[in-house]
Design a protein around this ligand. Structure first.
Ligand SMILES: *[C@@H]1O[C@H](CO)[C@@H](O)[C@H](O)[C@H]1NC(C)=O
Ligand SMILES: *[C@@H]1O[C@H](CO)[C@@H](O)[C@H](O)[C@H]1NC(C)=O
Length: 485
């Protein structure tokens, strides 16, 4: 008996040594917004951080609870009373000083003597109405409350005499692009104009268009040959799932810490499918020109591995910076969304209760079609397990319909909004990218550009169209401001 338990202890220790840090991968539903790279070496001495008190519930006068909303500001360019205020609107991430030290809004502020602000969204970063994100405590997390936070914030600023006559410009990327567009629509009297970068303004539960665009991006940047290798690799993988020998080679090719718990469980398979599709998605979503072509060159050579399946496993490990192995237990994925407090949990809650955005397997012949376990049921099961059994498919579909009704889906009625998209950005599918929103709200869609590309300042990798778009946004904003004078 004693011998046996000693053996067990030894076995456990050995395991712990081999796998010190199993990694979990999350779907790229939540976007992070790292500041422009060139700001990393700049001193942030001009950027200050502070907090403002906010009602927890803007829509119930009987609730007097408040919380502290974080924001940052930089007044180095401010031209005095009446000069404009530029607000970078935070979304589902932590705000960071770098965004007030570089990027396209920074250039706008410089050119127009603007005061720069960066606001943090409730329930993200250090802006937390409740320390513990129980499902109950998350009930004040929605875009209506977040837009009202912005309205209160602008109102509070305008009470300072120096800002009383200052026009306000909002800039936002990704979900925050939806926010600035919807803010201008709902509170037109509070802002002069907005720049909406890559806004997926239509909620959609079964978002097959996302992976369709990822496929298109690899095809247009890497060509048929590249797509063929990826297709073969995914097909080989799906075949390998069916036999014992195949499973062992797959576990090795993909650097799994241990075999899947159950090779017949649709959720385990859904998560494993995510390991594959989410990395391709990640590459496309952040791609600057040249990046996908490089990846494709590696797929055609042996930098990622030898067989097509090994190449996919190697690509995922290399581009994700994997040093150990992947923890492919579905339970581990659920756990990451069940932590008492995280940006990931807060955003997943918003997808279940407002947007869907579930990146499911396409059904039109893309390389991702065989990953049939990426279903609405898979993503909604996470809603149910991480938040509440009540968050079932019907609930999520109803929630998304409410948001599309409230904001107009692809038919918003909004003036003075520059609506920018990149045409290899998988999110452009849920935005208006093929027509102007209105005469005063032009749409600019840019070939080879990806998610939120225009938020950065000029980059050496930019195409001419990309830099022209950044300049065009600045010129349009300047023309709004001039018409005010
Ligand atoms: C958060 O609340 C839940 C449910 O009430 C509780 O089980 C958990 O221990 C709390 N976590 C923290 C860190 O307070
Ligand atoms: C947009 O501007 C036009 C022209 O000033 C005005 O007639 C219209 O009511 C505005 N629409 C909205 C939604 O503000």
């Amino acid at each position: 008996m004693e011998k046996l338990s000693l053996l067990l202890v030894l076995a456990v220790c050995a395991c712990a040594e081999i796998v010190p840090d199993p990694r979990v991968i999350e779907p790229p539903i939540r976007v992070d917004m790292p500041p422009p790279a060139e700001t990393a070496r700049l001193s942030a001495r001009n950027v200050f951080q502070t907090f403002i008190s906010m009602p927890v519930d803007h829509f119930n006068p009987q609730n007097s609870d408040t919380f502290l909303m974080r924001y940052m500001f930089n007044e180095e360019f401010f031209g005095g009373p009446g000069s404009p205020i530029f607000i970078l609107v935070g979304g589902e991430w932590n705000i960071a000083a770098g965004w007030l030290l570089g990027g396209n809004m920074f250039e706008m502020a410089r050119e127009n003597h603007g005061y720069q602000v960066y606001t943090e969204h409730r329930y993200y970063g250090e802006t937390v109405p409740y320390a513990n994100f129980t499902t109950e405590n998350l009930r004040f997390l929605n875009v209506d409350q977040a837009l009202a936070d912005l309205a209160y914030f602008i109102q509070a600023m305008k009470q300072q005499p120096r800002f009383a006559d200052s026009p306000v410009i909002l800039y936002g990327g990704s979900y925050a692009a939806n926010m600035v567009l919807w803010f201008k629509q709902r509170y037109p009297h509070l802002v002069l104009g907005t720049v909406a970068s890559s806004g997926p303004i239509k909620g959609q539960v079964d978002f097959t268009g996302y992976l369709e665009t990822v496929h298109e991006a690899f095809l247009s940047e890497g060509g048929e040959q590249c797509i063929d290798v990826i297709r073969q690799g995914i097909l080989e993988t799906v075949e390998a799932l069916k036999t014992e020998a195949g499973r062992r080679s797959l576990e090795q090719a993909y650097r799994l810490c241990w075999p899947l718990i159950d090779y017949d469980d649709v959720y385990e398979l859904g998560y494993f499918s995510g390991l594959i599709s989410w990395r391709f998605s990640g590459s496309v979503q952040s791609a600057q020109p040249g990046v996908l072509t490089n990846i494709c060159n590696n797929f055609l050579g042996t930098a990622y591995g030898n067989t097509p399946m090994e190449k996919i496993g190697g690509y995922i490990a290399q581009t994700a910076g994997l040093t150990t192995c992947w923890d492919m237990r579905y339970e581990a994925l659920i756990n990451t969304y069940s932590q008492p407090r995280s940006n990931s949990r807060a955003w997943y809650f918003q997808t279940c209760t407002e947007y869907g955005f579930f990146q499911t397997a396409p059904r039109i012949g893309t390389v991702f079609d065989p990953l049939v376990w990426l279903t609405v049921d898979f993503y909604v099961d996470i809603c149910k397990k991480a938040f509440s059994e009540r968050f079932d498919e019907e609930f999520v579909y109803d929630a998304v319909e409410r948001v599309n009704l409230a904001f107009g889906g692809l038919e918003p009625d909004v003036n003075n909004t520059i609506n920018i998209h990149g045409d290899i950005d998988p999110w452009h599918y849920l935005g208006v990218h093929d027509r102007d929103l209105k005469e005063s709200s032009p749409t600019i869609t840019v070939p080879r550009a990806s998610h939120c590309f225009d938020m950065q300042n000029w980059l050496t990798t930019d195409t001419i169209r990309m830099s022209q778009t950044k300049i065009a946004a600045r010129r349009i904003v300047a023309s709004w401001l001039q018409s005010q004078e």
